[in-house]
Design a binder for this molecule. Structure first.
Ligand SMILES: Cc1cc2nc3c(=O)[nH]c(=O)nc-3n(C[C@H](O)[C@H](O)[C@H](O)COP(=O)(O)OP(=O)(O)OC[C@H]3O[C@@H](n4cnc5c(N)ncnc54)[C@H](O)[C@@H]3O)c2cc1C
Length: 398
């Protein structure tokens, strides 16, 4: 591994891009493991100082207060540095990262964790007329609009889990509004029949009109147009469908998949640039069951694994392969109801599910857990290094 030689001593600079669920896990885990080493410098770069709990953005979008979590405060005492800034370019050959205020940050090892966002380019008009949950600021804009509406229709585009959670939350918080959930698939399509039926009944109880088998082809200032030619009037459109990742990895010449995610080897290193690790939603990580889809449950382990691999490599050892098996899909249905589908490691549904208030408590526990987990990892890094490895589903993945 290359290092920077300064005044007779060498420092290995690890730069982590993105302080989402995965990047935070990487930064805290790595900083805790190298705290006593003066020859390793850990720097975390993120657009904001405040940690965005994406799992709560549908709450923010309905005017609910969520905790202010400060990334620099969490890193305090770990030895890791925090840089606030917007990454504008990665030069993977020169091993530098450019920030929007003209700063240039050199690295020896890069951890790429810039996450993902709703795909706003897929349908004309989304960019100009739809709201998203891509950031806390976007969610706050939606909250302000919903609060002043009084009456009318909110169309939620995309019947995936973010769409379901958002539609339920808006209907519960704003019973004065009509909420229409539109998507190709049925809400809860990937769940077992009992969980799916529960989820759909909960949406009906909240007054959400869910329409599946429909394709939104255009978003206009006051309506959406469907492929069938039908037009649905809407005061507000929230777009949750599809995901896209930052174009920076592809522009840097890293090997990416068809969705722009960094293709990794078994140890989470870029297949084209092994001094770059990719974690979370921004990475295309292959397991025995296929390429992992982006979640917080899988993203945090990728960050921890990248950190452990960097420490192993610095010690002259080989990093171990990453293995991860999914175990649950918790979906909130407003604040007092939820459904938790337990899954096999390949994310297919098991027969077991939780519903109702117990499920709502389970979901809240899961949602609240990342931040305390980072806090514990500062003192006991091994406490964050447990997750299901997926057994036969992930064995001999490649
Ligand atoms: C409403 C909602 C509910 C969800 N519920 C669940 C759930 O229940 N369970 C689950 O497992 N997953 C859930 N997800 C998905 C989950 O949030 C993502 O999979 C997870 O956030 C991915 O983590 P990450 O660290 O890869 O990226 P992110 O959490 O997106 O973090 C990326 C970070 O990088 C920063 N960044 C991006 N670009 C730049 C740049 N150019 N310069 C500087 N900083 C940059 C961003 O500001 C952000 O801080 C939900 C998502 C949403 C939107």
């Amino acid at each position: 591994m290359s290092t920077q030689r300064e005044a007779g001593r060498t420092t290995h600079r690890v730069l982590i891009l993105g302080a989402g669920y995965a990047g935070m896990a990487a930064a805290v885990q790595l900083a805790a493991r190298v705290r006593r080493r003066e020859d390793v410098q850990v720097t975390l770069v993120n657009a904001q100082e405040r940690f965005t709990e994406r799992l709560r953005l549908h709450m923010t979008a309905t005017g609910q207060r969520v905790a202010e979590l400060s990334i620099p405060e969490l890193l305090d005492g770990t030895g890791a540095q925090f840089v606030r800034g917007w990454v504008t370019a990665v030069d993977a050959d020169a091993k530098i990262v450019r920030i929007d205020d003209d700063r240039v940050l050199p690295y020896d090892t890069l951890v790429y964790g810039l996450g993902s966002a709703a795909d706003m380019a897929a349908v004309p008009g989304v960019e100009d007329h739809a709201y998203t949950l891509n950031s806390a600021q976007d969610a706050e804009l939606l909250a302000a609009r919903l609060a002043q509406l009084g009456s009318g229709t909110v169309v939620v585009g995309g019947s995936g889990l973010t769409g379901v959670e958002s539609a339920a939350e808006i209907a519960e918080r704003h019973p004065e509004l009509n909420v229409v959930l539109l998507g190709r698939g049925e809400p809860g399509a990937a769940m077992n029949p009992k969980a799916k039926a529960y989820l759909q009944a909960a949406l009906r109880r909240l007054g959400v009109q869910a329409r599946s088998g429909v394709e939104v082809v255009k978003v206009l200032p006051d309506s959406v147009e469907l492929a069938s030619g039908e037009s649905i009037a809407a005061e507000v459109v929230l777009w949750t469908s599809g995901t896209r990742v930052s174009p920076l990895a592809a522009a840097a010449g890293l090997t990416v998949d068809e969705r722009g995610r960094v293709v990794t080897d078994a140890a989470l290193r870029s297949v084209s640039h092994p001094d770059v690790y990719a974690v979370g939603d921004a990475a295309a990580i292959r397991q025995g069951y296929g390429v992992m889809h982006g979640t917080c449950q899988g993203g945090m382990p990728t960050g921890v694994h990248a950190a452990v691999s960097i420490v192993r490599t610095l010690a002259g050892k080989q990093p171990k392969p990453f293995r991860f098996g999914f175990y649950h899909t918790p979906v909130s249905l407003g604040r007092h109801d939820a459904v938790v589908q337990f899954t096999r490691p390949d994310d297919s549904p098991r027969r077991v599910c939780l519903t109702g208030r117990l499920a709502a408590r389970y979901k809240e526990t899961v949602t609240a857990s990342p931040w305390p987990t980072y806090g514990r990892m500062k003192k006991m890094p091994a406490s964050g290094a447990f997750w299901p490895h997926g057994g036969r589903f992930t064995r001999e993945a490649r």
